[in-house]
Structures are given as structure tokens and as C-alpha cells.
Design a protein. Structure first.
Lengths: 315, 315, 315, 315, 315, 315
């Protein structure tokens, strides 16, 4: 089972401008072959299909717990995509009606790389790559062979690192939203690569973690990674659970940070990070989000919210 | 953010026989257009992309919380698929090595409807439908228009009900695993259909919940649904959260169960159901799950588990 | 614009038994690369995109008129698929309710080749091939080059003939529904191949019609084709229009039947063939078609029909 | 069976400039999930697969007749796409040969969003969305359950309205071709949404038509819709048939226009609208449409046209 | 550039019976994610896209040379698929005409798992997996990062080994054709896995070859691998070139066979193996292969062959 | 079996500038429906599946030998794509490390039409069309019917010519790399079209070669084709084999060049053309190709190259 918390893993800086092509670039990290839907999809189905869970508990738990973190990564990148496509929120944006729609208010949308993402999703994120191709089952490997699946995951995280780096390099230095996402995910993806490497080492004796980082640029060279490295995020594996998945400590704890990263012992932390506020993502009535004339809906929602807070005996 | 709990939403009865074609049938409820990957994918991305969350909180929270439940549905169906493909667990199954593989131990796998699911996934579940076609973005609607997205979701849940019913009707009366899944999901899907109907009613004034159930067979006619109806599962919407999503009570509470179902008031329950044990899914060394000669791995895992339990200062 | 007539191009014999694998075989002729969706899709879009229509009128009209016939072919094969999947109609079939659905009434559906076609479409036809793969744009060629598009169409009709022959050869001699469809379409497809060949000959001087029939089995060897050959269907090109497309006679008329076929002059006929009754396709309440307990719907429909017949001032 | 008439449902204003990105935007309304190929594909296959046609005649006929109109919508949007990609016709355009092709005459085509639509289709329309993704079977719902299929169709038409509105908002105010298409289709799509709503109301008693319009902008706010509203197009359902489908009047007639639209009684009209001329779509020999040196072909076509007009005894 | 030799890498034993489901199983090794089209596609495009070829010559050449071997693997598996689908050749099979096709000669083809492979390909191989899903670009990784691409390739070969083993286990002990293919490819795939491991070791220092074999069953346990191990095929890397790719010896030579395999030094061999005869794959006139009445074609071909042998001045 | 030679079929002029949209245009000729992956895929699988090879030898050999040439065409276009995406090589480009990646070095990549081709492939070629859609099995026709497959191939080559012409017309006159590829492939594709036409003529008696060239622009009008025509490349069919495929001379020899082309007798040439040097494709450490800090890898490679040259007893 899964629980949800109404926070992102980190708080994202607001976008300074509407930038749909940057949003489309981020989509590579969401729905690309080496994006978060892939890490999620691989680990999620591997954890469902995991063989002999009771006898291979630390390995099962590692995959199971990272799955939960990946859900939050999918959420984080999706929020970033929607924020970049939508641009800065203005308090008044979603008030009033959508005005005169015959004045071509969205003429600019014809020229963006992924015009369908406006027409169809109103700028929202969907599981496609940066060229709008759908994520699909060909991006999921779940064979049930424990060494091979872990090897696949190790390779997947290295590929994910490469893709994050290149997307990062395409982001305008003023695009704090996208760059923060890349910075954070590079550190967390590094943890997963390291974890799968250690799992493989325990099973096969091969010190495959010495291949890290691949590509061979130290994470420390990326400014947006610094604060996460400084606080030791690269040494922490969260259980992302109220009480389960502690046995994965047998793989992670007792080992040390990678040589290029700030030194220290690896650590399993129960639960989840503090996280940050979710952006409100103010609508555009002219784009029919949440609708053309949404005021009445806001009033209804307000009444229902009050009702919920007053009632709630069972809550 | 998402947390994970190492339980299924319900405990599944063990399969009595290996039945890959039944497993393939269940895949329709996992990766089909009206399957759980679709309900998950639609609500998950809608919740990420939701516009004016602060002003439409009960509606946002409804979609967000149901997303978390759908993750558990994807998990439940996936477990069922893997169990039916794998057959009954035998304690000794994953011990020893895989024996003489030249004796065509998996000749039968050529004849099953989805042979690739054995060759590639060792009988594990993946996001495909009952004909092995991949789930993909064409099954995701997230427009940002609040009425339309809710209407879509209402239609999706009705479609999901129809598909569950037909898959149920294809399951051998001895196939308790698959039928239990259908019974449970029919009740829970009914809750979601009802919830989206009420949300639409609040926004538009249309009593669309009177279209339920569609198809028009009372849930009470399905034996496997009885215990869930009896315990009132059809009246409960869980927050699937340690503390968020209570405002959705404004939509759900104060309304009554549908006329065909056991009567009573609708109720939002904080947290999640008790849930049940996850099947161990014993491996088959002859299929290289977890590997051909896994004993050494079991010993390694046992040592690592002990280490985790001894250490764990930070846990 | 298009008009519709509530008839099939020919009347189909009722199926003698439910035969979903035969239905799936027919799907090759519906959604396969060389199936009717492809002939329709190619000619339809070619006719929309046709360049210099006014200067190339006979060629434009040929493609435009055949498009209309192909719509009827898609309809014919679809009816055949649904009839074979559904089996013989029994007057009482769709009366009463669907009974006890917990008795696995559709257990057999797990074993058919395209189980999803039952779960999802209730046995109805959809644009997929005999292995359930979707028809898609890669099966459409519309370049705007008149010689190349005609050459493509000529090759397409030859390929369609080959596929019809092989599907025909897979149909049980008792399967009159499917065999009648093949017999009719072989004759009509032969007309289209011949017509495109003559169009090419007019433009290029190459007697490409001498390549017909490909594959080189005379149509006369297929018993189900005899009555259509006998009535001269192989020499007739219909306008499938109340008044347009007569200029295509410039290509077709004045030429003779192919040497292997019954001799005679080619002829353009205004309008359409007489056609035959559409099968009622009685529902199965147990499969929720039209619904689980449809009697009330029948009564509603009867009332509305009466109302329509009484009112109708504007009709 | 289907007949074809060599007219569009309305006459389209000629494009003022070549505008391939506008053409690509229109593709969303052709091959997108909520585009005309989808409305066509859903209703066409639903009508083929319709269960118990004789007992549910008004419902069957509604779906069957709208199918025929949708064919004309696919045609209309396709013509628009090809016109925008091609630009204004000039009488002399397709005369002479294509000139010196080594001078990069189509350098600009590398920069358009859908370059393949030039390379492969010479600017013609194909069944893809605005990002060039193929239309496919995942966009077709045909379950055979009458309530569910109608509910799906109602949702589909609402989604189609949203997509038309957004595409409309992206069209330059000078792009009369595309805007006219949107204006017309918004009115006609509104009729279909209304019709499916009434069908659902007859079957279930739910006044779901009160959800219209969704999105909640009155059609009257779109200038290009005015003339169609003024002539009452929003109150007319055509049979699009020489003589069938009159029983659908039982659903449509006796009801009134939606509150936001010009008032009046709903009406079924036998046959089709007057329609308008199809654009000639003059070729570009430099793009090999209809060919590099087409003059000889024009002469051949002229001779064949004359022959057709002289002969034609059987016409 | 590539040259072709009219031989297979090994001679395949003739099939003893027609076995389309075994042919479909082999398709997993052709068009599956871990099949030969994937190894070919990955290495081929990686070799085309290889960066700084001159400075990384041994690594470039390794990928380039293995590409050529993979072409032969695609050929080998394809031949096997076609042979199993076709069954044993009989000298007289393709003589005479196809007989009375109205006697349902291919009724059995409706029941095979991949019926379209008969209808469309006459039993020939195409790039699809064992469930008939198309091979596609999502199965190609070519990032240009040398360590990551090699790591990907290493993982790909391990995955390929697992899939070959499972397909092997599904092949009837009497199916010598398919088993021979698996036996040979397991040995050759082992060479490629070993080679990529050594390349990675040279670049990163990690002894990743110690992870081999994955899955951890010694190749020696598969009877069909014995003769290839005995002749040292596991120690030989061919250049598959008349004169290039010798520098890859820097990676391969000087190293030893893996511990589980017969011992010995690794060796680069210029050129290719001796290879074996290609099966004639006698046609079936009743399936229109090579055609319904092929005798005339054989005579034409014979005359042209004689002409070629007599002329040939330039040969 | 296939051999590889470390040369391209012609030497390509270096690109003068980085031009990813031109690279994307070239992709149409690689992975489009009428691109080189399609000609390769069709002929390769047709040759594997060819029926009655021994009795139809000249026809089999024609398809088999052209397959080998197509491999080189795929290679040629791929090299062109990678060169245009990468831009001019500078000796120093791949030295040193990748510098400060936080300065948005690849901001421009967000705006190119196929951004994923940078993010995922570092500018390398993959089997997709100019809109990034994957090549797939729907682009492969291999029916086993000899006349139909040859007719398909003839149509395919005509379509390929049209696509090459349009891509050529989109290439900037300064883009010598892309234009050279088009020029060469137009001549060689013309040979293949001619060859398939002659094969069809031998079998059916139809002078289909008189349809060439389609589109009807003489190859002589394209400057980049001149040198190839002058040296007689349009009259030569290579065996692309060290010793096989000579019997195809029975189809090709004894015939004359097409009327529009420089006159002369057709000729089969054993082996392959001289070919040209493969571009080095210098990496970009900032894009992690071959890696961020590749110097150490170059040193390793140099040592291994030396070792290979010194050892090599078995070479």
C-alpha cells in the first residue's frame, strides 16, 4: 500500500517566465527511457514481482523503498514541467472569466516544440519524453533474476544521471525551477546508483560502485547539488515508509560515501525528508483551466472546505 | 511525496494452480485502457497538474487521495498476475539449483497466450493489457479543466467496472485469487465512481450519481463483493495519508450510499485500511528466479538482514 | 460529404457457431497493413490531399469514389467480425437479465487468441490486425505525387488480395459468414486493382494491369466469388455517389475485363449496389451488452421510435 | 453503406499565407485523442458493433447517423490542414515544371514543427495529432454497453469542444481557414454533445445535458460560430442519409435548444446540409505534387474527362 | 560498408515438424527487447555514432566488429523462425499449383499464437517479439558516453543470455533447429558479454567480468553448447572483416577464458567462421509462396541463371 | 553472414556548421517509412524468408545482395546525421575536460526540433523519422510471394526517391554533407528501382521500368548526382560479397541504362565500391561524449592499440 503526503520532496523556486520548451526538455526526465517514469516503473513492478521476498529481504526492501522515492521524483519533475509551461503565478490570474478568446490569446502555442501539450494538457505534465513520445512497457525490465534486475537498475541510474546532466546543461541559468530539480535528482539518483552497486557487490563480490560516477564528472561540480551534498543527502537512504523496509540497512549501512563526494558513513533514515510546499499552479480561465469562468467553482469549493472542517467526526 | 507500507490492501488467497491465461486476463485490469494503470495515471497526473489547488481544495484532494489508493490497486492486481502465473508456492521450490534445463521444463510456456510474459518477465506483471499491448499516454486525460477531468474520471470508473465484471466472468470458479481481486476492486471502484459523481454534482448540479451502477448490475450480485459491502467499504473514502486530504470530506460526507448498496452515510476515514500480507512469490531456480542456484544469495541476504537488525542506530 | 445507408453491400449469412479465433482472423482484413482500414485510410486521405483536382479530375474522382466503397468494406468486415465473435442470434438472447455472473459464464474467453476483444469490446470489431496490433498512420501513404500514390494503391490492392486469400484459406468450410466476405471482397478488390492499373497505364503507358491477378490464382477458382463474377461485379465501378464522380469513366470505360475473368466491357455505374440487410447482432445481458438488464431500455426505445414515426414533420 | 458527395459541409475561405504550424495545430482536431478521427472511429465502430439494433433503434440510429457527419468533419479538417500547409492557390502554380530543385526551394520546411508532414505527405493531412503522433485503437471505445458507450461519447464531445477551443485560440486572427473550421465544428460538436446527453437522459433519467456547455463558455462568444447559431445549426440533427435514421427523432425532437444558445425546438433534418465547394489545392511541381512536370498529365486527364462525358451510356 | 556471404554462421538441422508456436517463441530472440535486433541495433548505431574513433580505436572496433556478427545472429534466428513455421522441406512441395484453396488448407493457422505471422508473412520472420510486438527505437541506447554505452551493452548481453535460456527451456527436446540456435548463441553471446566486460575493466578498473555468467548457470550445462565450447568458440572474437578491426585485440587478447568455461587464452581471429549452408525453405504454392503456380517462374529463373553463368565478363 | 569494412560507400564532405534541424531532416531518409531502415529491413527479412531459393536463385540473390548495400546506406545516412548534429570537428574538441557545465552550454538544444536526439543520443542517429517517430515492423513487407514482394520493393524505391528529393530540397546549399548523401543515394536508389523493375519484367512481361523515374524528374537535374552518373554508377550492381550473388546478373546484365540517364549497358560488379574514409566524429566532453574528462581513456586506448599491433600472432 501507498500513502501520500501533500508535499514535494523539496520546495521548488517559482519560474521567472513561461518557458514551454524548457518544460518539454524536463519531460525527458519524466517520460524518457532514462527518466523517472522508467525508474519508477522498473522498481515498482520489480518489487511487485520480486521472487522469494522472505529469503532475500534486504534486496527486496531496497527495490521496494526506492520505488516510493521514485513516485516523489515523478511528482517533482511533473510539478516542474507544469510550472515552466504555466509561468509565474499571479494572484489574480485565475479570477474573472477568460475574456475575449477570439483575440488569439495562445498564438504562441503553435510554435512551441510540443504544441499538443498545450492543446491537450493545458501545459500539464504527462508520461512522454522531450519529443512527446509515450513512455511504455519497453522501458520496463523485470525478469525476476535478482542479479540481472539489479544490474539493469544500476545501468538505468547511470543513464538517468547522463540524461539529467544534459537536460541541466540546456536550462537557461535563469531557470531556477528546472535547475533545482536537476540538482536534487542528481544527488538522489546518485544514492540509488550507489545502493544498487552495493547490492550487486554483496551478491557477486564485484566492486561495481567504483564505476561511479558515470558520466565521470563529480556531482560537486554542479552548483545546484551543493546544498544537498552539504547536508549529507548523498549518504542517506530513506525508508519512505512509516515502519517497513529497515532490513535494507544491511546493504547500505557500514559503507562509506563515494570518493568524489563529501565523506561520511552511509545511513538509512526511517521515513521521508521534510519536503516542501507544492506550488499552487494558478489556472488560466482563457485556457479553460480550471474553467472559463471559475469564480462559482471557487465559492462552491470554499463552502465544501468549510463543511469538511466543521464536520469531520470520523477524521 | 509518497510512503509505502509493506502490505496489500487485502490479503489474497493463494492460487490453487498455475494459470497463465488467467494471469493474462487479469492484465486487462492492470494495463488496459480501463485498468488500474489508467486510473492511477489519470489521477496522478491530474493531481500534479491540478490548477488553483488552493481555491479548489476539496476537488484537488479527492483526486490526490484516490491516486494513492490506485497505487495500491496497481499493486494488488500485479500481485495477482504474478501469483497466477507462478502458481502455488511450495516451501522447497526455490531451494537447490534449477536442475537439468535441457529437459524442456517450460515447454508449456509456448502455448500460453502471452508467452513473452514468461520469457521476459518470468511471469511477473507489467503495464500491458490482456493482449500484451502496452499502457501508454493515450490512456491519460489531464486537461486542467476541472469539470471535464472529473467527467472523464467518472466515465473511466464506469468503464473500469465493466472491464472488471467481464474479467471476473472469465475466471474459473476455483480461481479464488483473481476473483477476490475483482470483488474488492468492484467495491472500491464503485466508491471512486460515486465520489467523482458527487464532485460533479457539487460543481454542476447534475445528479449524475443516479447513473450508477453502470453497467446496471447491483454490486450485491457478486458473491466476492459481499464481505466488503457488509463491512461498509462502499461508504468509506480513505485519505491514504498520515494527515492530509481531509477537505475532500466536503464532497463525500453528508451523502448516502447508492440505493442498490447497503444503506448508510458516506464517510471519510483518515489513513488506510488494515491491509493484508504480501504473498512471498517463491522463485523457480529453473526459470532463473531469483537465480539458477540461489542458495548462496539466501545466505548473504540472511547475514545482511541480521546486520540490519543489530545496527540500525539511525532507524 | 458522406451519406450513410442502413445496409451492407451484401447480405451476410448468419454464423453457425461462435468462433472468436475466426473473428480474430478476419481482423487481419480490417486493421492489418493490407486490410480495409488501410485501403480506406489511404484513399480517403489521398482524396482529401489530392493536388490539382480540377486538372486531374478522372484520377481524383477514381480515388474519391473508391474511398466511399472502402467505407462499406470496413463496415462489412466489421460486421463479420462481430457476428463471428457473437455467434448465432437467438431471439430470446437479449431478453431477461444476465443471470448469475458468478458461474464463470465467459471462462472460454481466456483461451481465445484476442481475449481483450471480449473484455474490452464485447466481441465487437476494432481497427486492429489479427494479432490485435493497432492500425496506425504508418499504414497510410499520401504523398501528393499522382503516379507514386497510384502505384502505391496498385501494390496495396495486390497485397490485400494476398491477405484475403490466406484468411479465406484459414476459414472453416462451415464458416459461411467469413467466406462470403472474402469472396465478395476478392472480386471488389480486383476491380480496384484493375482500376488503379488502368489509371497508371493512362498516365505512364505501362500495361501494368497485365500483372493481375497477383497472386496468380484466377478469382474463378474461389467458389464464393462465382456469383459475383457471374453477375459482372468484376466489370463494374460504382460512383457510390448520388451524382458525382462520373468523370472516372474516362479511365475505366472502354476497357475490357481481365483475361482470367468472365469477359465483357468495363462499366461505371452511378450510385451503389442493392446491398443487404444488416445483422441485428443480438446482445448478451450476461456480457452487459446492451446491458445486464436491458428490458427497460427496450421499452424506452420502443416509445421513442413510435414518437419519431408520429412526429417527423420536418422529416 | 456509404455514399460520397463532392462537397465539403461548408465552404472554407482560402488561406492568406502558407502556415504549416497552423496546419499542425489543426491536426490536433484531426488525429488527436479528442479529434475527429476519434469521434469518427468511436461512432463508426460502435454503430457496426451495436447490440440489439432492432430493439434500440433510436439509439443505434443516433450513433450511426452521427458517424456519417463525422466523416465530413474528418474531411473538413483534413482540407483545412492541406490548405494551410499549401498556402494560397495561384492559378499558374501547378503549370510548367518544378524548376531548379538544387536551389533549396524547401529550406523552410526543416524548421516547421512537423517536417515529416512535408517530406512524407507533401503537406497533406494524415491521422496524427498536433505533435505528429498517430491516431490508434487506444482512442476507440466500443464496449457494446449502451449506457457506457453513450456516456463515453458525451465525454468525448466535451473533450473535443475543449480541444477545438484551444486550437482556435492559437490561430492567428488572419487565419480565416482554420478559424472557420473551428467555428463550424464547435456548433456541430455541440449538437452531438447535446444529442448524446439527451440519449442518456432518456435511458437513465439523469439531466446530464445541464452540464453543457463544457468548458463553460457560451458558444455565442466565438464570432465564427455566430452565423451557424443564427441559422439554427445548433438545433438541427441531419440524418446524413437518403432515407434512413429517422427514428433518432425520438431522442432529439420535442426537446429545446440549450439555455445559452439561441432558443428553439430541436429538429431532425433528412439528408445533409447544402455544403460548399472543395478547394482545388493546386500542386507544386517543385514538391512533385502532382509531379515535377505535370503538363502531360493534365492533357491526358482532359482527354479522359471528355471521353467520360461523351460516353457514359450507363451513367 | 558491409559485405554478405551466402552462408549462415552455423548449419541448422532441419525441423522435424511444422511448429509455429516454437517459431513464435524464437521471435523473442529476434525482436524482443533483449533479442538480436536489439544487440544489432544498439551496436550498429553506437558504432555509427561513436565519438573520437581515432583516439578510442580498440573500443570503437570492438563495437563495430560485433555489429557484423550480430547481423549474422539476426539472420540465424530469422532462418530458424521461418524453418519452424514452415516445417520440413519436401522436394516436391513447391511444384505444381496450390490446389483447391477452398478446402481450408490453413485452418490450423487460426489457432497459432501469432496468426498474423502466417497471414502477413507466410511464416517468415519479422522484427517482433514472441507476442508479435514490434522492435523499436526504445530498445536502442546510444548515448555517445563510452563507459555508459559499454555498461549498457554488458547488461544487454546478460539479459540476452537469460532470454535465450528461457526460450531454450520452452523448446521441445525434438526441436533440434531451435535448440541448436540457442546453444550456439549462448556461447557467442557469452563472448560478447565477456568482451564488453573486459572493455569496461580496461577503462574503469572494475573486474565486472566476475559477474559472469549471469544468470549463474554454467554454459557447460547446456548440451547444445558443448561442441562450441569444445572447439574454443568461447575464446574467439572474429573481426568479421576482410582486413579491419584488429586493434580490438588490445582488449581481448592476453586475457583468459572465464572460470566456468574450458580454459585457454582469448584470441582474435581475422575474418569469420566457416559457416553452414542456408536452408532452401521450400515454398507452398497453396500459401502463394513463391506463388500459386510457380513452375513458370522456376523456368524463367533457370534460364536467367544460365545466362548469368555464361555471360559474366565483368564478374 | 555479413562482413564489415571500416569505410563508408563514399567519403562525406565535413559539415560547415552544426545544424541539428538538417540532421533531423536527414532522419527521414534513415528511419522514415521510405527511408534506408525500411529498404534494409524489407530486403533483409525478405532474403531470410525467401522461398525456394534454389529454384529462384537470380531473384533471391538480387534481394540478398541489395540488402548488403542497404546496410551501407543506413551507415551513410547515420554518419551524415551525426555529423550535422555535431558540426565541424576541431582537433582539440575532445581534449581537456568538459568545463563549467553550469553555464548552460547546450541551451540551444531546447529549441531544435528533436531535442531528445541531443538529450538521449548526444546527436547520434537512431532509427526514427524526421519527426522522431520510431521505425517499426509496420514498415516491413515480406509475404513470401515473389511477384508481390518485388512489386512492393519497386514501389518502395520510388517512394524513397520522392523522399530523398524532398529532403534534398530542404537542405541549405551550403550543407554539402547532406546534399552529397542525397545525390549518391538518388543514383544508387535508381539502380535498385531499375533492378526490381527488371526482375518484375522477367517474371511478368510487364515493362514496368518504363515508369522510371518516378517522380518524373531526370536524375541528371541534380548537380550532386552528376559525378556518379558520369562514372556509370547508375549502370552498376555490386554483389557486395567476396564471392556470392553472381547469378543476379541474369536479371541485370544484357539490359541498358534508362533513357534519361547516360547510356550504356548494365553491369554486375563483384565486390563493393572503393568507398571513403569514415569521419572521426570528435566528441564533446561537455556533452559527456566520449566522457567528461576523456584524456585517461585516450591513453588507455593508445596502450591497447599498441599492444594489439605488437601481439596479433593470430591475426
Amino acid at each position: 500500500m501507498f500513502l501520500r503526503v501533500d508535499k514535494l520532496q523539496i520546495e521548488l523556486p517559482a519560474p521567472k517566465k513561461q518557458d514551454p520548451n524548457a518544460g518539454a526538455a524536463l519531460q525527458e526526465l519524466l517520460g524518457g527511457k532514462y527518466g523517472e517514469m522508467s525508474t519508477l516503473g522498473n522498481y515498482m513492478f520489480q518489487s511487485f514481482n520480486f521472487r522469494s521476498k522472505s529469503k532475500l529481504r534486504p534486496f527486496y526492501e531496497l527495490v521496494a523503498a526506492i520505488t516510493a522515492e521514485e513516485l516523489g521524483h515523478v511528482e517533482l519533475v511533473s510539478n516542474g514541467v507544469a510550472m515552466l509551461n504555466n509561468g509565474p503565478d499571479t494572484a489574480a490570474d485565475d479570477s474573472g472569466d477568460g475574456g475575449d478568446i477570439s483575440m488569439s490569446p495562445f498564438e504562441a502555442m503553435q510554435e512551441i516544440r510540443s504544441a499538443a501539450s498545450f492543446f491537450s494538457h493545458g501545459g500539464g505534465a504527462v508520461p512522454v519524453n522531450s519529443n512527446s513520445m509515450s513512455w511504455n512497457v519497453d522501458m520496463v525490465t523485470t525478469t525476476g533474476n535478482v542479479v540481472f534486475d539489479l544490474l539493469h537498475n544500476f545501468h538505468l541510474e547511470c543513464g538517468a544521471r547522463l540524461h539529467k546532466l544534459r537536460v541541466y546543461e540546456s536550462l537557461d541559468s535563469g531557470d531556477a525551477t528546472g535547475r533545482e530539480i536537476c540538482g536534487y535528482l542528481l544527488v538522489r539518483g546518485g544514492v540509488h546508483a550507489h545502493a544498487y552497486a552495493l547490492a550487486l557487490k554483496k551478491l557477486t563480490g564485484v566492486s561495481i560502485e567504483q564505476m561511479l560516477p558515470t558520466p565521470n564528472i563529480p556531482t560537486g561540480k554542479i552548483p545546484e547539488c551543493q546544498k544537498y551534498l552539504a547536508e549529507g543527502a548523498h549518504r542517506r537512504l530513506y525508508t519512505f515508509s512509516p515502519g517497513d523496509y529497515r532490513a535494507m540497512a544491511g546493504i547500505w549501512e557500514g559503507e562509506m560515501a563515494l570518493p568524489d563526494d563529501p565523506p561520511g558513513e552511509l545511513q538509512v533514515v526511517e521515513g521521508m525528508p521534510d519536503g516542501g510546499r507544492i506550488h499552487d499552479l494558478v489556472g488560466q480561465p482563457s485556457a479553460f483551466t480550471p474553467d472559463y469562468a471559475p469564480e462559482e467553482f471557487y465559492e462552491i469549493a470554499q463552502r465544501l472546505t468549510q463543511k469538511a472542517h466543521q464536520g469531520g467526526g470520523s477524521l
